[in-house]
Design a protein around this ligand. Structure first.
Ligand code: COA
Length: 325
């Protein structure tokens, strides 16, 4: 059976750079603390008039150009995001409109930092079953809109950006295996308390800063290492491969110490792990997406290579995916 493969990639990172030195002026932190605890040196911030769809559209345009495809060729658009422009319409609908992708079905999915891996897996199903030919998968976030710039526990970690890829039925290569999971009992470790139907926006929710992301970082750290290690092992087992078959692991970029702890547990050398957290911080669904895009653009991977995406995030959710490029 023919597989769904990546035929084009694109990204967009907002121009504005927020360095650790800038953050030192905003909260009680230091460059030394941030670099040694997280690996992050700077992150990008969208402009006030830039929303998630603006980032998504720019990444999408580059991916389509790279794939030599017109928007009209698209059958499906999936945007993974936890920071949509608004509750509805979806970011995917806004992207469809701007691209004039008239033939495409379009929807968003919410799987936090694993959103891009979930979205790839969904698009894969549509293509392999023959329902659709060409799909655009985007991970896009404006996390700065839900960041509490007074909370040093979280604001130093996050950033804005978008990554996209075009999937199509391919003659060789493609998505070999995907593994997704969830443990909703740990949802309280990372959440955005207000702004939904449980706590609609009110003066009280605003006064209590409930429209900002809340995180129990230390607890998450330990779980993340365990989950990402298990997810990588499981997806490889499903694929009938071993780590020797993998040219590059592209993990979710939440914390370089999490990533290196996973690599150590798996017995993988550091040069087989892709990191761009230093430049961008954690961009949720856009992290794995842009890391994949930049690994391709940087020439770290080439046609014929096998990559493993590995992510965890709020939910808690996790997902891993093996792809032959
Ligand atoms: N600057 C300086 N000090 C800070 C700080 C900052 N930006 N943020 C927290 N601290 C302090 C804490 O207040 C704490 O001080 P205390 O000991 O006086 O209470 C101290 O640093 C250590 O905090 P701790 O939480 O133990 O640090 P840590 O080594 O676990 O690192 C994280 C904190 C958030 C970087 C780390 O836990 C992490 O990355 N967790 C996972 C987060 C994650 O993956 N989130 C996204 C999921 S997709």
């Amino acid at each position: 059976m023919k597989k769904a493969g990546i035929i084009g990639v694109g990204e967009y990172l907002p121009k504005r750079i927020l360095t650790n030195a800038d953050l030192e002026k905003m909260v009680d932190t230091s460059n030394e603390w941030i670099v040694s605890r997280t690996g992050i040196k700077e992150r990008r911030l969208a402009a006030d008039n830039e929303a998630t769809s603006d980032l998504a559209i720019k990444a999408a345009r580059e991916a389509l150009e790279n794939a030599h495809l017109n928007p009209q060729d698209l059958d499906l658009i999936i945007v993974a995001t936890i920071t949509p422009d608004m509750a509805f319409p979806s970011v995917a609908s806004i992207v469809e409109n701007f691209l004039l992708a008239k033939k495409a079905a379009a929807f968003d999915i919410s799987a936090a930092c694993v959103g891009f891996v979930y979205a790839l897996s969904i698009a894969n199903q549509f293509i392999v079953r023959g329902t659709y030919k060409n799909a655009l998968v985007i991970g896009a976030e404006k996390l700065s809109a839900i960041t509490d710039w007074k909370d040093r526990n979280t604001c130093v970690l996050l950033g804005d950006g978008a990554g996209a890829c075009v999937l199509s039925k391919v003659e060789s290569g493609g998505i070999i295996s995907a593994y997704l999971g969830c443990d909703g009992s740990k949802g309280e470790l990372l959440n955005l308390p207000a702004g939904g139907s449980r706590k609609p926006a009110s003066h009280e929710t605003v006064d209590n800063r409930l429209h900002y992301l809340k995180m129990q970082g230390n607890e998450l750290f330990k779980i993340a290492v365990k989950i990402m290690t298990e997810a990588a092992r499981t997806v490889l087992r499903q694929a009938g491969l071993t780590f020797k078959d993998i040219d590059l692991i592209i993990p979710h970029q939440a914390n370089s110490r999490i990533i290196m702890a996973v690599a150590k547990r798996l017995g993988i050398p550091e040069d087989k792990i892709y990191l761009n957290i230093e430049k961008y911080g954690n961009m949720s669904s856009a992290s794995t997406a842009t890391a994949l895009v930049e690994a391709v653009k940087d020439g770290r991977v080439k046609k014929g290579d096998t990559i493993l995406l590995d992510a965890f995030g709020a939910g808690l959710v996790w997902g891993a995916c093996v792809i032959d490029l």
